[in-house]
Design a protein around this ligand. Structure first.
Ligand code: HEC
Length: 182
């Protein structure tokens, strides 16, 4: 979205006007305060003192047995770590994961055919707190994200080679997302 459009949309929204005034006293809603707000939000996503980190550091009791099985599926049969890799669970790259959206993604900027429908891999820390999911908010829950990757994606030329039907069992889906229900 062009900068001036973002700013005018925010300025027209009474709730944002109130919250910006509270967060940035004496400053207008501008592309600068907008960038500061996004940056403050992003800093909340880089928290690394979670039970998962304690487990990685060697505390076997820090997470549940289900969570440990979920991490095995994440790295193995689920193929998630092919793209969501590293401490922040992202390869910082761009992929078409087969969402139904018509949005052209990175292609709109670079005009490279292979980048049609490609979006940046988001990090997954604190993901439970951030519904709805994907660039367009089209997946309401983590359970629906699991169903998407299992067999819910659109097949098209630009679909990433790393996206394939997973054939996950109920137990495997629940280990990835305890809220998953058949
Ligand atoms: C081919 C690379 C790739 C693989 C494999 C992959 N992802 Fe993703 N993931 C992405 C990309 C790219 C996005 C962002 C798509 C968008 O917004 O259009 C994403 C988005 C997500 C989101 C939403 C994040 C948000 O902030 O909205 C979740 C949750 C997620 N993936 C979990 C998983 C899980 C769980 C698996 C394994 C079952 C997995 N991913 C496999 C690339 C991948």
């Amino acid at each position: 979205m062009p900068h001036d459009l973002v700013v005018s949309k925010l300025q027209a929204n009474p709730e944002y006007t109130r919250q910006f005034a509270a967060a940035f006293p004496g400053e207008d809603i501008s592309i600068q305060t907008f960038a500061k707000a996004i940056a403050a939000f992003e800093r909340t996503l880089t928290f690394t003192a979670s039970p998962f980190d304690a487990w990685l550091a060697g505390d076997e009791d820090a997470i549940s047995a289900t969570a440990k099985r979920g991490f095995m599926v994440f790295n193995g049969k689920g193929r998630c770590a092919e793209c969501h890799s590293g401490w922040n669970f992202t390869d910082d790259s761009f992929h078409d994961i087969g969402l139904k959206s018509e949005d052209q993604g990175r292609y709109a900027i670079l005009q490279i055919d292979a980048l049609k429908h490609a979006f940046k891999t988001p990090g997954l820390r604190n993901i439970r707190e951030r519904a709805p999911y994907m660039h367009d908010g089209s997946l309401p829950t983590l359970a629906s994200v699991i169903d998407h990757y299992n067999d819910g994606f659109v097949h098209r030329e630009t679909l990433s080679d790393l996206i394939k039907p997973l054939g996950l069992t109920k137990v495997e889906k629940q280990s990835l997302s305890p809220s998953w229900r058949p």
